[in-house]
Design a binder for this molecule. Structure first.
Ligand SMILES: O=P(O)(O)O[C@H]1O[C@H](CO)[C@@H](O)[C@H]1O
Ligand SMILES: Nc1nc2[nH]cnc2c(=O)[nH]1
Length: 293
């Protein structure tokens, strides 16, 4: 377990949130986290105000290609937003509390809803490269070994000691995504499924892919779940999507080899549709009285 001072404590998060609120007029209610090669969403924000992670107190630095490392404030379809153009991963060497610190900063800035994207390998053999998977649930493999971002003393100012995770992914938002995707003509490549997180950075072996698939995983990656756990603990609702950038190798005769260049190439090809899906969802939320965006 990481030291309790390794990041994400209340004072540190408050400090960062106050610094940001003092440097921007935007009061975000929506927080967005962009996955590998999917940072284009940040470019859609109106009247953007950009902060490099290196200039934000207590923020880690992005070290992965395809993660720009900046926080962008602005409006999207009239909604005040804050967007992480680049996220942090366990394999970068940060304590798990540090990589999820932005979720608590989001909460303290007033964010109510978090939208996350990621690039993932397709374990489900029906999935194709370029499919977009609405995440309906997750399997937290590092969590099985005790590596959970909420391990350590609980701070009740953020949430309860034992948060429920059976409602981690907001069902109304999933339904909305299905409706919007159908209207946009995306049904052919829209899927839903279970995202399985591993620590990385090595991609999976064939035996691991087979095991994860048998355990109920439809897609595999190295992010998102830790952020969702911390966001749900703090009472924010979450919607997440995976872009299937490669098919997980399940067969010893296969010549396919997972690699980050292919991941970035596929994200580049499908990023526009993902952006359109998110922006249309944000637009629609006004018309749905049950949604508190
Ligand atoms: O989950 P995101 O940040 O999209 O990145 C995914 O892509 C990288 C591997 O190519 C890993 O970091 C994996 O988690
Ligand atoms: N772990 C993992 N992460 C990914 N990110 C994009 N593709 C993959 C993959 O195949 N496996």
């Amino acid at each position: 377990m990481s030291d309790i001072n390794s990041g994400g404590n209340y004072e540190e998060c408050r400090n960062t949130a106050d610094w940001l609120l003092n440097h921007t007029q935007v009061r975000p209610t929506v927080g967005i986290v962009c996955g590998s090669g999917l940072g284009g969403l940040a470019g859609m924000l109106k009247d953007p105000q950009v902060f490099k992670y290196s200039d934000i107190p207590n923020f880690p630095r992005s070290t992965v290609h395809g993660h720009a490392g900046q926080l962008v404030f602005g409006t999207l379809k009239g909604k005040p937003c804050v967007c992480m153009q680049g996220r942090f991963h366990l394999y970068e060497g940060y304590p798990i509390q540090k990589i999820t610190l932005p979720m608590r900063v989001f909460k303290l800035m007033g964010v109510e809803t978090v939208i996350l994207t990621n690039a993932a390998g397709g374990l489900n053999q029906d999935f194709k490269v370029g499919d977009i998977m609405i995440i309906k649930d997750h399997v937290n493999m590092p969590g099985f070994a005790g590596n959970n971002p909420l391990a350590g003393p609980n701070d009740d100012r953020f949430g309860v000691r034992f948060p429920c995770m059976s409602d981690a992914y907001d069902r109304e938002l999933q339904q909305l995504a299905h409706e919007v995707a159908t209207e946009l003509g995306y049904s052919d490549f829209l899927r839903e499924g279970v995202y399985c997180v591993l620590g990385g950075p090595s991609f999976e072996t064939i035996a691991e892919c087979r095991m994860l698939h048998r355990l109920g995983g439809d897609a595999v990656g190295m992010s998102t779940v830790h952020e969702v756990i911390v966001a749900r603990h703090a009472g924010m609702r979450c919607f997440a999507m995976s872009l299937i950038t490669n098919r997980s190798v399940m067969d010893y005769d296969s010549q396919e080899r997972a690699n980050h260049e292919e991941v970035l190439e596929t994200s580049g090809q499908r990023s526009k549709q993902m952006e359109k899906l998110v922006t249309t969802m944000l637009d629609r939320l006004d018309n749905n009285k049950n949604n508190s965006f």
